[in-house]
Design a protein around this ligand. Structure first.
Ligand code: LLP
Length: 416
């Protein structure tokens, strides 16, 4: 459930009509709803109230500092994958004791930075990383708290590019290798193993792959405990899907019941790393029509947002519902496309879309996760603003980039 809706025929974010924001900041822009973020976070938190749980929001989904501050205020921790993300989490007030550091490729500098804070957990993805972390921690005279990321080799039934838990994927330690990695970790003086972690993919719309993976993790925990390893934390990653269109993913309550049933007997603290389920439907991308291009073969609605602003359709062929900001326009069949010089710069093909006039606004839904964070400046297009709404207030939480800022990133070589 979200707080984007029509009121008096105009699409609103909470109590703010979108044309009001468009007038203030221009288009295109991202617009986030505080009430939706809050609701999504709290629903998830309440679903897990029966067992000790830390919700480490996956910062990669939407890393704007104002969004992180909102979630910090609700009690969120952070799942991070780079020094940059750790810095964002800390700058937004997320306590370091709730920051975990995931990712297959951590540099020595990143390890040193994370150990200096110190964060609560490194989710280690290889034996090589474990050895290096031990060396870095030794050089600082500290001990690194570790959870080993296990690859359970299950098929997640989601998009190929966001599947992470099969043995041919680069993520985690192969299931059968895990006991030997725990044994090695126990020998390393600057490593303290405290847990286990897994993450099998993103935008999962059924519970079964999760259940299968978590059952494998639980049996590994039992085996590891029997071998004398102290497993206090079970981190089950993120991945719960959201409705973009017709999908009907499990509810947070169903997801929670399944997890609690599988892991409760272990007596461990649970960590989760949800991103999309919190942020996805808490944001939209608002764009305006440049022109309806009509050819004998096709109608194209050319809008001012493009694949550099929202990459998901071009990268994954993903669908986002698109609504006219003014309700009740007659419908027609057309493609909605952006101005970038790539055939893949298409938001939707041959869809029933409203008959728009130049400057009419459209809302591209479900753009709160993996939207702004994946945007770029291809075609020398400026990064677009992000706006946060709360009730009848709105604030720019990232201004539109300027041409001076963008061109100022380059410099001439000294011989030029
Ligand atoms: N934990 C780890 C270790 C992850 O790799 C991810 C996502 C998450 C948690 C959060 O997953 P979520 O709850 O958001 O599904 N750009 C793609 C999604 C990439 C997901 C990468 N990892 C997209 O736009 O669909």
């Amino acid at each position: 459930m979200d707080y984007f809706h029509y009121k008096n025929g105009i699409y609103h974010a909470e109590d703010v009509p979108l044309p009001k924001i468009a007038e203030a900041v221009g288009t295109p822009f991202y617009c986030y709803s505080s009430a939706t973020f809050t609701r999504h976070f709290n629903v998830l938190k309440e679903a897990f109230a029966a067992i000790p749980t830390t919700i480490c929001y996956a910062v990669k989904a939407n890393s704007n500092l104002a969004v992180l501050k909102l979630l910090a205020g609700l009690g969120a921790g952070a799942d991070t994958v780079s020094e940059g993300e750790i810095r964002r989490a800390v700058a937004a007030g997320i306590p370091v004791e709730k920051v975990v550091f995931s990712g297959v490729g951590k540099t020595r500098d990143e390890m040193r930075y994370a150990l200096s804070l110190p964060i609560s957990q490194f989710n280690v993805e290889s034996l090589e990383e474990l050895e290096q972390l031990n060396e870095v921690a030794a050089s600082m005279g500290v001990i690194a708290p570790v959870a080993v990321r296990v690859n359970p080799d299950v098929v997640a039934n989601t998009h190929e590019k966001i599947t992470t838990g099969r043995k041919e994927d680069k993520f985690g330690i192969p299931y059968d290798m895990a006991p030997s990695v725990y044994a090695r970790a126990a020998e390393l003086p600057h490593i303290k193993v405290q847990g286990i972690t897994t993450h099998i993919g993103s935008q999962l719309t059924s519970l079964e792959p999760f259940r299968k993976a978590f059952q494998r993790v639980v049996s590994l925990v039992e085996q590891l405990k029997a071998a004398g390893h102290a497993i206090e934390v079970v981190d089950l990653g993120g991945g719960l899907g959201i409705p973009y269109a017709e999908e009907a993913p499990p509810s947070p309550a169903e997801y929670a019941q399944m997890i609690i049933k599988e892991i409760q007997h272990l007596g461990c603290r649970l960590e989760l790393e949800p991103g999309r389920v919190i942020a996805g439907n808490a944001g939209i991308l608002v764009s305006s029509l440049l022109y309806m291009k009509r050819t004998p073969h096709r109608e194209f609605a050319v809008i001012d947002a493009a694949m550099n602003d929202l990459m998901r359709p071009a990268m994954y062929g993903s669908h986002h519902n698109i609504f006219p900001v003014q309700e009740g326009k007659p419908m027609q069949k057309a493609d909605i496309v952006g101005p970038v010089c790539e055939t893949s710069d298409v938001f939707t093909k041959q869809a029933d879309i409203p008959d728009l006039k130049p400057d009419d606004l459209v809302a591209i839904r479900s753009a709160g996760a993996y939207g702004a964070v994946m945007s770029g400046t291809y075609n020398t297009r400026l990064l677009i603003p992000e706006v946060l709404v709360e009730g009848d207030k709105f604030a720019v939480i990232r201004p539109r980039q300027t041409y001076e800022e963008l061109l100022g990133l380059d410099q001439f070589a000294d011989w030029q």
